[in-house]
Design a protein around this ligand. Sequence first.
Ligand SMILES: N[C@@H](CCC(=O)N[C@@H](CS)C(=O)NCC(=O)O)C(=O)O
Length: 279
Amino acid sequence: MFNPLPLKKYQVSTTCILIILNYLLYCSSATEETCTKPLGNSVEDPSLIKGDCQSSGHTMADSKPLLGYWNIRGLGQTVRFLLAYLDVDFEEKRYELTPELTYDNWYADKEKLGLDFPNLPYLFDGPEKITETRAILKYLSRTRKPELLGKAAEIATKIDMVDNFLYDLYYIEFAGAVYGYTDELAKAFKETAAVRLGRLSTFMKENEWITGNDITYVDFFLYECLYQFKKFDANCLDKFPNLAGLITRFENLPEIKKYIGSPKFLQGPITLASAAHPL
Ligand SMILES: N[C@@H](CCC(=O)N[C@@H](CS)C(=O)NCC(=O)O)C(=O)O
């Protein structure tokens, strides 16, 4: 798994011990600000969820979906865009790194949220507790606008291909280059991106969106990847006007335009401050 705070092998056990110690310390000296009893499978007490973006009042009764993620664009931004596009009134808990650039603010919650596969981003939606970014995107599509999963089986298959193809480029090549930056990794990313963006461009043809003329959830992921890639390599889309056009088209969707102009919108940063090449 990609880890924004790369650990050398020998550091892993030390880190585990530190996490356990941190947890024990946390349990014994919880302050008013940090005191959150284990959430288990229900979120009933409004004070259990803390955060900087209207999240303090989150209750199951509100049934407002809650998105948990770092206070960055990262993988979470696609989920934010999709929620906004679907006109879902959602709350957020945006985690900050500590001043020492550790994960501790997240670790304080990680095992208490009742998540099967604890990770960021996570989404609470009524009784549902979901992690894995693309599972969240598909869940939101399935429950709010199923056509975003593709109106026909052949489109759904195309979506799956693009989704997996793109995730590798984003999570392995791109994240590897920005979090573990070296000149060689940056060069490797640019070379790989040129080839893979070329394939996506050829695949898209003159369509409005990546799998045809109907938008699907994977266009949200593609938009955010292209946005972030451009911040790393400003010229990466120069040879691919259809992909560049998708960026403009996406930003001009009325729901997206409104969201980008709203105070809730997070413009940046793209990465955690712990990245070797923060964006
Ligand atoms: N496969 C997961 C990867 C999620 C992931 O790597 N999350 C990073 C931030 S982008 C994180 O900090 N996770 C917290 C953790 O590993 O505890 C997904 O697609 O959602």
